[in-house]
Unconditional design. Structure first.
Lengths: 259, 307
């Protein structure tokens, strides 16, 4: 009966972030938070495994104070208990700091049989956290997993890589990163949403993790973040007659020398 | 700290990594060591500018060599590791970065040394923004295929040595099934017709194939079409986690144009959108667009172009 821990990130919804035309800076004042997309797949996968094999699902997130906003959502998706670390250091944390903090928390909370992450976070998409956690915790890592089976202590994963699908087996504790195709995350029912409020959540203070100051010092620092703007013609044909639109488009393509 | 290291299990990408490595060598005045798992790549890498090539033997599963690669770099107190940004490469790179307690840039574009640090360009929010990331040394960066061209042969070839390494024995690979349509490299296509979730059934892709036929274009798609529906092989999906393409013409049919997709095609010369939803973000990213049902528009367009 595997004890599972899912690491999830609370990120801004990039669809709400606007680029300011004056200086190309990002305006996230209207952006709402969300559980990073692929982390919903990771929570779902852990929930599915536990429904079948027994065991337990806990979740862990490191963020700024905003991370508290995620608790109800994540607990309505099948997790039994949420652990959270709210600290200003998360604002500029790079993958090294994130992994140092998560690994220290896992050492304190664990051991776990399965530690699940998403393939990449929606904001940074570093694709680093799972292999970093494995390195820091001394565990094997199966990344980019599209199918997962757990039987006793044997974990079998199908990984999807650029040119092949690869099936790998490992016994015992393992860190896994999942692809979005592994499952379709549930839409929590009203009962699950209401039930979430009664589930336990516990704060972990960063000061209690025994980290050295340099462990919290980002090694990669983001400079000069600028929105990407495309210069496009934006000519849109929207007559009611499709034939007319097509005629105009073919004329445009011809003028570009493309047909 | 001394030494620039490169690693990729992909032969072509390993050679491409030498180009940024040679530029970094010019600023840091440190030798380049290429780590490889392939004897046949080794000679080539030595000819193209690696001062030293270390062939690691003892297995074929690249990820299993992460610890061995880490120990090569830590022994030499290497300052920079460039890794080919395949999924296997990203796994290896992140593992090594954690062991080195180093920062790492994913999918780095331009790299240079400034103030004794590695400065690399990368995207954030899946392409919504671009930033420079400053990474203290030792630094790790992954670089995707075709970000750089392979360099010309160097005046003198480097030395090659073979070392046996201990691969990760905790993981057993039981089956490897090659995927995809070998031979079609959509990154080399000059025209692409890209399909998205607006297609209701796999058979309907015929409409896009017909258009691609008259345009002499290849088919491309969004992640959902490849990964969720499995209607097209994953080599054909474009975006932050898929391919990056720069064709002359990119026709996007029935795809919404989310940033995670567009980041892979936004350097196309001309982008054409066909979508029923006038407010779909694809129209902001397009040069020409038709608001309409592609089930009606595509056959008309194919017929018009056939003439
Ligand atoms: C971290 C992360 C990484 C991702 N990486 C990638 C990636 O690399 N590549 C990628 O593609 N996606 C990626 N995605 C997913 C991406 O965010 C979008 O969800 C996806 O690109 C949308 O696919 P789509 O356009 O096919 O589908 P939809 O967004 O569902 O769009 C379908 C479109 O079809 C239109 N339509 C419907 N019927 C018709 C019709 N009859 N005629 C004309 N138009 C019609 C609709 O108006 C709609 O605009 C990623 C997501 C995340 C979170
Ligand atoms: N701050 C965080 N808290 C908890 N989990 C995280 C955090 N950042 C990243 N992760 C996990 O690591 C995965 C990969 O993130 P990244 O390496 O940033 O692309 C995410 O999908 C999460 O599962």
């Amino acid at each position: 009966m595997p004890k599972c821990l899912v690491c999830y990130k609370w990120t801004l919804d990039e669809q709400d972030i606007k680029i300011k035309p004056e200086d190309l800076s990002l305006d996230s004042s209207r952006a709402k938070g969300k559980i990073s997309d692929f982390d919903r797949n990771a929570v779902e996968e852990a929930a599915l495994i536990v429904e079948k094999e027994g065991g337990a699902v806990e979740v862990l997130s490191y963020g700024t104070a905003a991370v508290k906003l995620s608790l109800k959502d994540v607990l309505s998706r099948g997790a039994e208990k949420a652990h959270w670390i709210a600290d200003p250091s998360a604002e500029n944390a790079d993958a090294a700091v994130t992994a140092n903090v998560l690994a220290a928390a896992i050492r304190k909370l664990g051991p776990y049989d399965l530690i699940l992450c998403g393939e990449g976070s929606s904001d940074l998409f570093n694709q680093q956290t799972a292999p970093r956690l494995a390195a820091l915790l001394g565990l094997p890592c199966l990344s980019f997993v599209q199918k997962l089976t757990v039987e006793g202590s044997t974990v079998t994963a199908t990984r999807k890589l650029e040119d092949c699908q690869e099936t790998a087996t490992v016994s015992g504790p393992v860190v896994i990163s999942v692809l979005s195709e592994i499952n379709k995350p549930r839409i929590p029912t009203l009962k699950q949403v209401l039930g979430a409020a009664k589930k336990p959540n516990e704060e972990i203070k960063i000061a209690d993790l025994g980290l050295k100051p340099e462990d919290l010092q980002p090694k990669a620092l983001r400079q000069s973040v600028k929105g990407f703007v495309m210069q496009r013609r934006n000519v849109v044909y929207k007559e009611s007659s499709a034939a007319e639109n097509v005629a105009k488009l073919t004329a445009s393509l011809a003028s570009e020398g493309l047909c | 700290m001394a030494g620039i290291f490169i690693f990729s299990e992909d032969s072509a990408l390993a050679k491409q990594l030498l180009t940024p490595a040679l530029e970094l060598k010019a600023s840091l005045a440190q030798p380049i060591t290429a780590i490889t798992l392939s004897e046949s790549d080794a000679e080539e890498l030595a000819k193209l500018g690696a001062d030293k090539v270390v062939v690691l033997t003892g297995g074929t599963w690249a990820e299993g060599f992460a610890e061995a690669i880490y120990s090569q770099i830590s022994k030499a107190e290497g300052s920079i590791l460039l890794v080919g940004g395949t999924l296997r490469g990203k796994h290896v790179a992140a593992y090594v970065a954690a062991k080195l307690n180093a920062g790492m840039t994913t999918d780095a574009k331009a790299l240079k040394i400034a103030n004794g640090k590695l400065l690399a360009t990368r995207v954030l929010y899946a392409g919504l923004a671009v930033c420079e990331e400053e990474v203290a040394l030792p630094a790790v960066a992954t670089i995707r295929a075709r970000t750089f061209l392979a360099p010309a042969p160097a005046p003198a070839a480097g030395v090659v040595e073979t070392q046996s390494a201990e691969a990760d024995s905790r993981i057993t690979i039981s089956e490897v099934i090659p995927t995809g349509d070998k031979g079609v490299d959509i990154t080399a296509a000059t025209k692409l017709v890209a399909v998205g979730r607006g297609f209701r059934r796999k058979e309907d892709l015929k409409l896009a194939e017909d258009l691609a036929g008259v345009l002499k274009a290849e088919l491309a798609c969004t992640r959902g079409i490849a990964e969720d529906e499995h209607w097209l092989p994953i080599e054909r999906y474009i975006g932050i986690s898929g391919q990056t393409v720069k064709p002359e013409l990119y026709v996007a049919a029935g795809l919404s144009g989310q940033v995670q997709h567009m980041v892979g095609c936004r350097e196309s010369k001309v982008i054409v959108a066909i979508n029923t939803d006038e407010r779909a973000p694809i129209f902001e990213a397009a040069d020409y667009g038709i608001v309409g049902d592609m089930y009606e528009v595509l056959p008309l367009l194919t017929a018009a172009l056939r003439k």
